[in-house]
Design a protein around this ligand. Structure first.
Ligand SMILES: NC(=O)c1ccc[n+]([C@@H]2O[C@H](COP(=O)([O-])OP(=O)(O)OC[C@H]3O[C@@H](n4cnc5c(N)ncnc54)[C@H](OP(=O)(O)O)[C@@H]3O)[C@@H](O)[C@H]2O)c1
Length: 264
């Protein structure tokens, strides 16, 4: 019942985890706002959903264009009256050594993964506070809990989300706002294909671990009950989730294990 008739705004809804969340939430009777840059892909996702087309608003946005977010938030309000759940999911990764990645590529990734997510949250939450309820979700990663070779900017952007959203939770809990941070392990999406190389161009390759990973639909099915239970930090994945606990209790051991493992 948690999702029935709720208005859920999902960024990165044009593919992967965001698309799967759209279908899972549509099945649970939620009304949806679908955002990403590619409008045609968002329309495709909308078409694949069932029910009244008025219950799904396609609202294209680029997470690097935060000056437009108050306008986008107003459009969402005009259509639905308010947003109950915001899922900050849109993001990109990088595969590059820390000392080789161009500063421009690092700044671009931070603009999408960190500044985009917090700017949209800042645009949406005040109206949630006025209404006395709301749920803000951010899709981080296990890379938000520890680091490995070749993912420095990505891990930094995800760690930054934990800092910002943990603080936000403390500030808005009294206003009836929940904040959940989600840390997926490997999920079979185009995230590595879309990852940036050191020079900022697209990698265009699917990583080995991602080829064998859980489907985005399975991920979405596992995530929704945890969100509706009000969990504050959520880990979903395969054996890579153990690394989160190793980092907490045996950080040197994790470092040793990661140094021996193949990182692609
Ligand atoms: N797959 C995994 O193994 C995994 C693991 C941990 C965390 N995650 C996180 O899960 C989230 C979703 O990724 P995914 O795996 O589903 O990858 P994906 O299939 O590549 O999806 C990424 C989504 O982000 C959107 N996006 C990218 N740049 C954007 C921008 N500038 N403005 C607006 N939207 C933008 C893309 O849409 P457009 O191209 O249409 O804009 C797309 O819908 C990301 O935050 C990622 O870091 C994924």
């Amino acid at each position: 019942m948690y999702y029935q008739n709720k208005v859920v705004w999902i960024t990165g809804a044009s593919s992967g985890i965001g698309e799967a969340l759209a279908y899972a939430l549509n099945k649970k009777g939620a009304r949806l706002i679908l955002s990403a840059r590619r409008e045609q892909e968002l329309e495709r996702v909308k078409k694949n959903c069932s029910g009244n087309p008025e219950d799904i608003l396609v609202l294209p946005l680029d997470l690097t264009e935060s000056d437009l977010f108050s306008e986008k938030t107003a459009e969402a309000k005009t259509h639905f009256g308010g947003v109950d759940i915001l899922i900050n999911n849109g993001g990109i990764s990088q595969r590059a050594y820390a000392l080789e990645a161009d500063m421009a590529s690092i700044r671009h990734l931070m603009e999408i993964n960190f500044f985009g997510a917090i700017a949209l949250t800042k645009a949406v939450v005040p109206a949630m506070i006025e209404r006395g309820h709301g749920h803000v979700v951010v899709i981080s990663s296990v890379m938000g809990k520890f680091g490995t070779r070749y993912r420095s900017a990505y891990a930094a952007s995800k760690h930054a989300l934990h800092g910002w959203f943990d603080c936000l939770r403390q500030e808005v809990q009294k206003d009836g706002i929940d904040v959940s941070i989600v840390c997926p392990g490997y999920v079979k999406t185009n995230v590595t294909k879309n990852a940036l190389k050191a020079d900022g161009t697209k990698l265009n390759e699917m990583g080995d671990a991602h080829k064998k990973a859980m489907s985005p639909d399975e991920f979405a099915e596992k995530l929704l009950p945890k969100l509706s239970a009000g969990k504050q930090e959520i880990y979903i994945g395969g054996k890579e989730i153990a690394a989160v606990y190793l980092k907490r209790f045996f950080p040197k051991l994790l470092n040793k294990i990661l140094m021996r493992s193949k990182v692609t």
